[in-house]
Design a protein around this ligand. Structure first.
Ligand code: GTP
Ligand code: MG
Length: 243
């Protein structure tokens, strides 16, 4: 029997809690306005021989330190390290939503991109090229309608494959200006050495360059915690290209 922890991340109002309710049978608050989920909710369900623990994160437009919501979502992904982070996107505003997906890809490679509200996109005549998104981002990309329970099995198949290592995503890496990249080359080995690769080094280096004080404080606290559950391979990008 395998057991995996899956986090649902995404912009406000993309249907994370609706998906959470569909999966767990619980009744998280949902509705057509942003910012309903303010604390993390947790639920569980079994599928075949696998147990999934689902974490419904607050919706955020970014994952820096602009608000308590952002910090909760950011800290969970970076420090608690769920087996898979599902980034839930609104199919009708992909351009805005993909920004957050890119931020998550800097934090972890174990990601499945989930395009929700596909029913609404169809109604509006929006066609979404899932294969192209998946190739460009380097992670699996699926379409669902959480409210109508469409595409859920396919989503769970992809999530399980990323969780058990059948699929090893190779996330696209954003290249910054020469000046920033030069600083990253200096910083990353130092961070890797100090933290023994427990946390995503490039992402931490970028935040340090941002001068993110709140992150520094959290880092100090988290570094006091025992490290036994953090395998080095968890942060190493695999060789298999995602299909
Ligand atoms: N048409 C359609 N609407 C959906 C679907 N999934 C969710 N919704 C609606 O989208 C709205 C937002 O859903 P929520 O589940 O509350 O979104 P959320 O991402 O948890 O929002 P926050 O907690 O504020 O971040 C609700 O009105 C849902 O009924 C879907 O597949 N299709
Ligand atoms: Mg919610």
């Amino acid at each position: 029997m395998s057991s995996y922890t899956i986090a649902l991340a995404g912009n406000p109002n993309t249907g994370k809690s609706t998906l959470f309710n569909t999966l767990t049978g619980l009744r998280q608050h949902t509705g057509n306005w942003a910012g309903k989920t303010v604390v993390m909710a947790e639920g569980e369900f079994a599928r075949g021989n696998t147990t999934f623990r689902i974490i419904d994160l607050p919706g955020t437009y970014s994952l820096y330190s602009n608000s308590a919501d952002e910090e909760v979502a950011r800290d969970y992904i970076v420090f608690d390290q769920p087996d898979v982070t599902v980034v839930v996107l609104d199919a009708t505003s992909l351009e805005r939503n993909l920004n957050l997906a890119l931020q998550v890809l800097e934090m972890t490679s174990r990601v499945v991109v989930c395009v929700n509200l596909i029913d609404e996109a169809k109604r509006l005549g929006i066609h979404i090229d899932l294969e192209k998104i998946s190739k460009r981002l380097g992670v699996p990309c699926v379409a669902i309608s959480a409210r109508n329970q469409i595409g859920i099995e396919n989503l769970l198949d992809q999530v399980e494959k990323v969780a058990n290592g059948t699929i090893v995503p190779t996330p696209v890496q954003i290249t910054y200006s020469d000046q920033i990249e030069a600083k990253l080359v200096e910083l990353e080995p130092l961070i890797a050495k100090t933290m023994n690769r427990r946390f995503p080094t490039r992402w931490i280096a970028l935040r340090l360059l941002d001068g993110d004080e709140s992150l520094l404080k959290t880092l100090r606290e988290r570094m006091q915690e025992p490290a036994e559950s953090f395998g080095e391979e968890r942060l190493t990008h695999g060789q298999t290209v995602c299909h």
